[in-house]
Structures are given as structure tokens and as C-alpha cells.
Design a protein around this ligand. Structure first.
Ligand code: NAD
Length: 517
């Protein structure tokens, strides 16, 4: 552990989380059997090696699946409220480890420590939600058309839920899935992003501790590690009835076809291209806060990051000046230092994508109003720190249509009615998050109406970024159509069964069909 940063208590955090120099990341928690290649995880904060994990081989995967399928037999028959009690204990463990895990999230992924803590808080919140839900996995009852018959529906566990997650929410997305899947009676096999595998090890250690303390099989929570090839082991595996995949639209299209090809279910949480509409009736101060946090928070690497500001021409200059002014106050640097607003991008490949986007927007006729650039020198040695940039652009530009996962904000102008702005907001392939800033009730309601935003999330006087766990989270179109977290998202983790019970001595057939013998 000598190589890692000693500042900001990272070393202590790793110790608290049971992270070792080399982690048998394939394990289901306590098995150590991987012979796979070693994956090294470097921090984008200072470029130092955090720790290593072993990638999952085919043989390892088989062992994991055996542990998972066998654990399912125990777990599925445990009453749901008792499963909820285990999730409650898991939530309590997260409370204990919140600072350590939040720090690791910040150090391995690059988001601010505050956002790292926020991510762990989301995990705690979804556990609380799941505990309550464990007593509410209800189905409907309906009246049978036949006398002396009772009909109802119930929900049963699915089996092994495969979770594939992205680098930018290295712990919360897993918990959104697991907390619900666990109370539903499923067991989970998780492949975290190969760009943030140590977060996966830390979470797995916490979960394993809880299951062990309750004498429950370790296979209820399994971890596999590696790149897309390890993800494919699950997408191709008929023993995995549901694959929940979070990441790029490119990945989602491959996963969707693979899983559908074997008639499995997939829950897809993919890329966004989120816009805030700013109407003449907007509160400018609120707009600036929402837009700037949305565009530069997590260095523009949230699926819900604000990428487009669609501003009415009558207030365009005023809003532009206010946002540009706010950008001048941004401090870029080590995300563990709470004085900084913007941390690094995940790696130098992401930096290249950011640079390409800025070149392309100019080539397509855009106008840079806040200059970007890569930072170098003391504190920026990792080569991953960039300046948030703003460009005036048009909605039909190729680069504007594309999700660039970096802090690049496009200013777009609309004129006339709010319908014109809504058309621009909807005029992209993705459909995750959207917002309108207005004090005009009619505009707000039109934005929320059937003819309004086509996104999974539509906010009024709130930015696009971030969401509460109580609502169903996800988006339409190329965002994949999946919903996870709150509301009735739990239903995707269960199979529905309709039951009809005859308590008479006759056997009447449905639809009045006669079959006399
Ligand atoms: P990515 O698509 O590169 O990788 C995501 C995960 O998919 C990784 O674990 C990766 O190993 C795996 N993967 C890639 N190809 C695969 C394949 N063919 N089969 C199986 N697994 C495969 O995405 P990323 O760069 O880690 O994350 C950024 C993207 O994720 C952005 O597009 C962002 O908008 C999106 N995202 C969406 C949400 C959401 O809820 N909608 C949340 C977070 C991130």
C-alpha cells in the first residue's frame, strides 16, 4: 500500500474497507480462487496505484454461478420481511463505513468527496426503502368469471440477477439493484466497471460480512471482475434471467440483443443528453445554480449531467453572461479537498474525448464562450483534469446530438413559444433527464403534458442532475427504457404468477366452453 496517497486518509479508508494490495475480486466474498489476470486500478486524482484485483476466468465464473444458484435455494424461501431485516443490517453497516467508502469512491472515480458521501447515502436510502418494501410485495386479486373460484396474482423471485455497472456511480447503482433484488428473493452477481473495481471489492466485503454474521450463504452476493468479456459471460448465460446493465448506449445495444436472443430480460440504464429549457419567466439565479451544478458536477460525468441549455432569445445574453460569470469562480483540483468544485475525468481516454468534442464543435460552426483545456503542473499530474467549457451551438450539430461524457455545455437559442424549446429538447436520440426553468404555470404544465418532454425524468425548477431514490429512475429511447430504484421498479426483479383456485366440486371451463365426457 506504499504507492497510494497518504493524504486525505485514503490508506485508513482502504484498511477499514478490508481492501488488500491484491484482491481476489472474483470471490463471492470469502472464496479465494481466481487465477485471472491482474487489473490495476489507478486513481485519476493523483495517478497513483490504489490496489489490484484479479479478473474472472471462465472457471471462476462457473464457481460463482454454482455458489449463486445454490444460495438462491436458501434465500428464496426465507420470508421477505426477514430478507428485509438482512438488508436493514446491510444499511447499518453502510452507515458505519460511510466516510471510508465515500472517500474511496472519490479517490477511485474522481468525484468530489461530498458527492462520494452522497453516493453512499443513496445506498443507505435504498436499503431503508427496500426494508419497507419487503412487507409490500403485493399482487392484485380479481373476480373470477367462474362460480366458486378465486383468482389472484403473486410475485416470485426470479433467480440470479446479473448486474453490470458503469464507472461513474461505482457503488450506488449496484445497491439500487441489489437492495431490491435481495428483498425480492433474488441473488446477485455483480460485474463493476473495470475502471472502478476497488469500489466493488469494498462493497462486496461489507455485504459478505452481513451475510456471514447471519449464517447465510455467501453466494447471495457475488462479485466478478473484468471488462466486457466477463460481462458477456452473464449476458450469454441462460441461468441469469435478468441482466441489469448501466453504461453507454453502445454497450446497451449489444447487451439488449444478446439477452433478448435467449429471451432473457434486461433492464437498461444508458446514456443521456439532458437539457434545461430556460423560458422568459425563469428565475435566473436558480437557473444558474441548476445549470452549473448540472454541467460541471462529477466533471460532467453523470448520466443526468446537463449538456444543453435551451434559452429563449429574449433572455439569452443575460443567462449566457450569468453562467459564464459563474464558471469563472470554479475551482478545479483534488476532489478530496472540499475547496474544489471540479475533480478529474476518469482517465486520459476521457480527456481525449473531451478534447475531440471541443475541436468538433468549432469545426461544425460552434462558438466557444468559455475556453476549455487540459491542466498540467502541480496537483494535476494524473493528466485527467480539464477545464469545464461552454460553446454556443445548434441542436442539429452532430456533436450536440452525441453524449460527450465530460464538462462541455452547449448553449442553444430558441424563439417564440415553449413548444419550440420542447421540440429541441426532444430532438435527440436519448431520453433520460430534462428540466424547465419557469415561473409560468402554463409553460410548466405544457412541458409535463403528453406533448411535452419525452424523457423518463422531467423536472420543473430543478436541474437535470441527480434524482431521489423514491422515484423510478431511468429513461426512454436510446437511454434504454429501464426503471430502477423507487416506485414499483421492484416488479422487474420478480416473476408474476396468476393463480386460479376452484373450491367447488364442478370443473367449469373459462369462456363458457363445454367439454362433456
Ligand atoms: P461503458 O458502456 O463503457 O461500460 C459500462 C459497463 O458495461 C462496464 O462494466 C463494462 O465492462 C460493461 N460492458 C461493456 N460492453 C459490454 C458488453 N458487450 N457486454 C457486457 N458488458 C459490457 O460505460 P461507462 O463509460 O462505464 O459509463 C458511462 C456511460 O454510462 C454513459 O453513457 C452514462 O450516461 C451511462 N450511465 C447511465 C446511467 C443511467 O442510469 N441511465 C447511469 C450511469 C451511467
Amino acid at each position: 500500500m506504499d504507492a497510494i496517497a497518504t493524504d486525505f486518509g485514503i490508506k485508513e479508508a482502504l484498511q477499514q474497507l478490508g481492501v488488500k494490495d491484491i484482491n481476489e475480486g472474483t470471490s463471492t466474498g470469502v472464496n479465494n480462487f481466481s487465477n485471472g489476470d491482474v487489473i490495476e486500478s489507478y486513481s485519476p486524482v493523483d495517478g497513483k496505484l490504489i490496489a489490484k484485483v484479479k479478473a474472472t476466468t471462465k472457471d471462476d465464473y462457473e464457481k460463482v454461478m454454482q455458489a449463486a444458484t445454490s444460495a438462491f435455494k436458501t434465500w428464496r424461501v426465507m420470508p421477505a420481511p426477514q430478507r428485509g431485516e438482512i438488508v436493514r443490517q446491510f444499511g447499518d453497516k453502510l452507515r458505519e463505513k460511510k466516510e471510508a467508502l465515500g472517500k474511496l469512491v472519490s479517490y477511485e472515480m474522481g468525484k468530489s468527496y461530498q458527492e462520494g458521501l452522497g453516493e453512499v447515502q443513496e445506498m443507505i436510502d435504498i436499503c431503508d426503502f427496500a426494508v419497507g418494501l419487503s412487507r409490500q410485495l403485493h399482487g392484485l386479486t380479481m373476480h373470477s368469471e367462474r362460480p366458486g373460484h378465486r383468482m389472484y396474482e403473486q410475485y416470485h423471485p426470479l433467480g440470479v440477477v446479473g448486474i453490470i455497472s458503469a464507472f461513474n456511480f461505482p457503488v450506488a447503482v449496484w445497491s439500487w439493484n441489489t437492495a431490491l433484488a435481495w428483498i425480492c428473493g433474488d441473488v446477485c452477481v455483480w460485474k463493476p466497471s473495470e475502471k472502478a473495481p476497488i469500489c466493488g471489492v469494498a462493497c462486496q466485503n461489507i455485504a459478505a460480512e452481513v451475510f456471514k454474521a447471519n449464517n447465510l450463504p455467501e453466494g447471495i452476493s457475488c462479485l466478478i471482475n473484468g471488462d466486457y468479456r466477463v460481462g458477456e459471460m452473464m449476458t450469454k448465460d441462460t441461468r441469469v434471467p435478468l441482466v441489469s446493465a448501466t453504461g453507454s448506449t453502445r454497450m446497451g445495444k449489444i447487451v439488449a440483443q444478446e439477452v433478448a436472443g435467449r429471451l432473457g430480460k434486461s433492464l437498461l440504464e444508458l446514456g443521456g443528453n439532458n437539457a434545461i429549457i430556460v423560458t422568459p419567466d425563469a428565475d435566473i439565479k436558480m437557473t444558474v445554480i441548476g445549470a452549473v451544478f448540472g454541467a460541471v458536477g462529477t466533471a460532467g460525468q453523470r448520466c443526468t449531467s446537463t449538456r444543453r441549455l435551451i434559452i429563449h432569445d429574449s433572455i439569452y445574453d443575460k443567462v449566457k453572461d450569468a453562467v459564464v460569470d459563474a464558471y469563472k469562480q470554479l475551482r478545479i483540483g483534488n476532489p478530496l479537498d472540499e475547496n474544489n468544485h471540479v475533480g478529474p475525468l476518469i482517465d486520459t481516454d476521457a480527456v481525449k474525448m473531451y478534447q475531440n468534442a471541443l475541436t468538433q464543435v468549432v469545426e461544425e460552426g460552434g462558438n466557444i464562450v468559455v475556453e476549455g483545456g487540459v491542466l498540467s503542473g502541480e496537483g494535476y499530474e494524473s493528466g485527467c483534469y480539464v477545464k469545464p467549457a461552454i460553446a454556443e451551438a445548434r441542436n442539429d450539430m452532430k456533436i450536440v446530438q452525441h453524449e460527450t461524457f465530460a464538462p462541455v455545455l452547449y448553449l442553444l437559442k430558441y424563439s417564440g413559444d415553449v413548444e419550440n424549446a420542447i421540440e429541441m429538447q426532444n430532438g435527440v436520440a436519448q431520453g433520460l433527464s430534462s428540466a424547465i426553468m419557469t415561473n409560468n404555470l402554463r409553460e410548466a404544465e405544457r412541458f409535463l403534458s403528453h406533448a411535452g418532454s419525452d424523457c423518463g425524468i422531467a423536472n420543473v425548477n430543478i436541474g437535470t442532475s441527480g434524482a431521489e431514490i423514491g422515484g423510478a429512475f431511468g429513461g426512454e429511447k436510446e437511454t434504454g427504457g429501464g426503471r430502477e430504484s423507487g416506485s414499483d421498479a421492484w416488479k422487474v426483479y420478480m416473476r408474476r404468477q396468476t393463480n386460479t383456485i376452484n373450491y367447488t366440486t364442478e370443473l367449469p371451463l373459462a369462456q363458457g366452453i363445454k367439454f362433456d365426457l
